[in-house]
Design a binder for this molecule. Structure first.
Ligand SMILES: [Zn+2]
Length: 256
């Protein structure tokens, strides 16, 4: 069985056919799933979907690419979600300079506030980083010094050298569709070196569909394709990848 630790079943794409997508995931042995929120609307939907479906959990966060729209009320609402057991993580949150470098200072503020909330409620962070790996590392290094920081670098796209640095902070690494892309040298190098007890996997659907569906709409039932590629790279069986990544996910997100 598998754990898709990062799926946006709260995206508009699925609102007409959610049950079909979930059933398809089950048919492909994806037993556990996190619906990842990124703004007030998707946080609310993540909670709803999780409450209505067994073994599906919500995560709630405020995404760096939309910080210009967020208010203190949104942070207060986020905190109220974190008080509920069905919400298993804070995120996705982080830094993203790809589209909005000009909001850098507000991004820092929201990231740091969410790190504080994660510690307060003892829930792991789901960390999004795009074109901001050094600043993200500095913030995480500083805030991890008390030993309370837990979390995962979602769809990790950094080098193997950076991977080692984030692993040293005690964070997990999550790999998704890009590891299957033909020209993806760096994610394949990372897959090779990440220890089996620190690896989790994700689809990040509807984005980043694995090969041969690259560019099409992604869905959780494609998760075994990603596991199969990682198994090939690591020279182990797909069952081992499924076992370890599911156990790691259950441990990180405290799923009993
Ligand atoms: Zn995502």
């Amino acid at each position: 069985m598998y754990y898709d630790t990062h799926a946006h079943l709260n995206a508009d794409n699925y609102q007409g056919n959610l049950q079909k997508i979930i059933n398809e995931a089950r048919d492909h042995k994806v037993k556990y799933l996190n619906v990842v929120g990124f703004n007030p609307k998707t946080n609310r939907l993540a909670n709803q979907i999780a409450l209505n479906n067994a073994n599906i959990y919500a995560t709630c966060g405020l995404h760096p690419s939309e910080v210009q729209n967020f208010t203190n009320k949104d942070l207060a609402d986020l905190e109220s979600y974190l008080k509920q057991d069905i919400t298993v993580a804070v995120g996705e949150c982080g830094l993203d300079y790809h589209w909005h470098k000009e909001t850098k200072m507000i991004q820092f503020e929201f990231f740091e506030k969410q790190i504080k909330l994660a510690k307060k409620y003892q829930k792991p962070l789901i960390i999004h980083v795009r074109d901001a790996i050094n600043d993200s590392y500095e913030i995480l290094k500083e805030t991890s010094s008390d030993g309370l920081l837990k979390g995962v670098m979602h769809c990790f796209s950094g080098s193997k050298e950076m991977a080692v640095k984030f692993l040293d902070l005690g964070l997990y690494l999550s790999l998704g569709g890009p590891v299957t892309f033909k020209n993806a040298i760096v994610p394949k190098e990372v897959a090779k070196i990440v220890p089996l007890d620190k690896l989790i996997i994700e689809t990040d659907c509807p984005y980043l569909a694995p090969h041969p569906y690259r560019g099409k709409e992604n869905k959780p039932s494609y998760l075994p394709i990603i596991a199969t590629e990682i198994a090939k790279i690591k020279g182990i069986s797909v069952e081992e990848v499924a076992y370890y990544t599911t156990e790691n996910g259950k441990k990180l997100f405290k799923i009993l």
